[in-house]
Design a binder for this molecule. Structure first.
Ligand SMILES: Cc1cc2nc3c(=O)[nH]c(=O)nc-3n(C[C@H](O)[C@H](O)[C@H](O)COP(=O)(O)OP(=O)(O)OC[C@H]3O[C@@H](n4cnc5c(N)ncnc54)[C@H](O)[C@@H]3O)c2cc1C
Length: 298
C-alpha cells in the first residue's frame, strides 16, 4: 500500500500533523521509535501551553495519545532508519519498508552529552538526562544538576523536592533561565549553586560514585542530571542531505525540505523557538500543505 502521508515521530509536532492530516481524510501512518508524546514524557512541569495553566508532560502526552486513538490514527512503534526520496518515498525501518507520497519528519532532538570519559557507560547508573524518570530513585541522597537554561532550573527545582541536596553546576556567573524560575530555585534551602563551574571527571566504573568539579572539588553525588542543551537525532537522514552542518533540517515557509514532498517540523528543524506550541502548530501547517497537494494531485 502507498500511504498519502507517513509521519516520523509522534511528539507534539508529529501528533499535530497527524491530527490535521487524519481529520482531512488522508491515508496516514505514524512511525514512532519509543513512546507517543515524545519529550513530553520527560518533562515534569508545563506551565505555558494554551488551555493548561498547569500540567505535567506525561499528563499532556497521555491526552495527546488518547486523541490519536480516538481519531483512529494508525501508528506503529518502529524506528525509522533510512528515508529514500523520489516520487514515491520509501521509509525504512529495521525489517520493513513503508511507502508514501509525502513524508513529514518530526523526530525532535536528543540531550547533548557532557563528553566526559565513561559517561556512556554510566548512563542509567548515575548519569541521567531525565529527572521525571529517575529523580525518585535518589530519595534522601545528594545529586548534581548541570546546566543554566530553563530546563536545568525547572528540573533542579523538581529534583530538590525529592532528594537530600542538589548541587546546581553552571559554567557561567549568571543563568540564561527565566528570572522567576531562578528566584524560585534560589529560595530552596537544599540547593547549592556552583557558578563558573564545570564537571571535569566522573568517578566510578560500575555506577557513579561522585564527580570532580573544576578539577579539584569532589562531590559525593549519587546521580548527575545533565541539561546542557540538545542536538537533532537525524542519523537516518544523512542520504537526503537536507540538514545543516549541525544536523538541523532546513525547511521553507511551508516546512518543505529541498527534497520535494518531504516536510519537517518541530524541534528537528532549524528555527528560533523550540516549544510545544510551535511544534504542534508547525505540524498542523505542514499537514494542511500536504492535504492541499493530495487533493490537487500534485
Ligand atoms: C526538560 C525539558 C522541559 C521542557 N519544558 C517545556 C515547557 O515547559 N513548555 C514547552 O512548550 N516546551 C518545553 N520543552 C520543549 C518541548 O518538549 C519540545 O519543544 C517539544 O517536545 C518538541 O516536539 P517534537 O515533536 O518536535 O519533538 P519530540 O517531543 O522530541 O518528539 C520527537 C519524537 O520522534 C521520535 N523519533 C526520533 N527519531 C525517530 C526515528 N528515527 N524513527 C521514529 N521515531 C523517531 C522520538 O522517539 C520522539 O517521540 C521542554 C523540553 C525539555 C527537554
Amino acid at each position: 500500500m502507498v500511504y498519502d502521508l507517513i509521519i516520523v515521530g509522534l511528539g507534539p509536532a508529529g501528533a499535530g500533523a497527524a491530527i490535521y492530516a487524519k481529520r482531512s481524510g488522508l491515508n496516514v501512518l505514524c512511525l514512532e521509535a519509543e513512546a507517543p508524546g515524545g519529550l513530553l514524557n520527560r518533562i515534569n512541569t508545563v506551565d505555558n501551553y494554551l488551555g493548561f495553566p498547569h500540567t505535567t508532560g506525561p499528563e499532556l502526552a497521555a491526552l495527546l495519545f488518547e486523541q490519536i486513538r480516538k481519531l483512529e490514527i494508525p501508528f506503529k512503534i518502529k524506528k525509522v532508519t533510512w528515508i529514500e526520496g523520489g516520487e514515491t518515498k520509501k521509509v525504512h525501518c529495521d525489517n520493513e519498508v513503508f511507502e508514501s507520497k509525502y513524508v513529514i519528519i518530526a523526530s525532535g532532538r536528543k540531550a547533548r552529552k557532557l563528553g566526559l570519559k565513561n559517561e556512556a557507560n554510566l548512563v542509567n547508573k548515575g548519569i541521567s538526562y531525565c529527572a521525571i524518570c529517575d529523580a525518585a530513585l535518589y530519595k534522601g541522597k545528594d545529586v548534581a544538576v548541570v546546566g543554566g537554561g530553563n530546563s536545568a532550573i525547572e528540573e533542579a527545582i523538581y529534583i530538590a523536592k525529592l532528594v537530600n541536596k542538589v548541587y546546581l553546576i553552571h559554567r557561567r556567573d549568571e543563568f540564561r533561565a527565566d528570572e522567576k524560575l531562578v528566584e524560585e530555585l534560589k529560595k530552596l534551602p537544599n540547593v547549592e549553586i556552583l557558578y563558573n563551574s564545570n564537571v571535569t571527571e566522573l568517578i566510578g566504573t560500575e555506577k557513579l560514585e561522585g564527580i570532580i568539579v573544576n578539577g579539584e572539588r569532589k562531590l559525593d553525588v549519587a546521580c548527575l542530571f545533565t541539561y546542557v542543551g540538545y542536538e537533532p537525532q537525524g542519523d537516518f537522514l544523512s542520504d537526503l542531505e537536507i540538514t545543516d552542518e549541525k544536523g538541523y533540517i532546513l525547511v521553507d515557509d511551508n516546512y518543505q525540505t529541498k527534497e520535494d514532498g518531504i516536510y519537517a517540523v518541530g524541534d528537528a528543524i532549524l528555527k528560533k523557538v523550540y516549544q510545544i506550541v510551535t511544534a504542534a502548530s508547525e505540524g498542523a501547517v505542514a499537514a494542511l500543505e500536504v492535504v492541499k497537494r493530495v487533493k490537487n494531485n500534485n
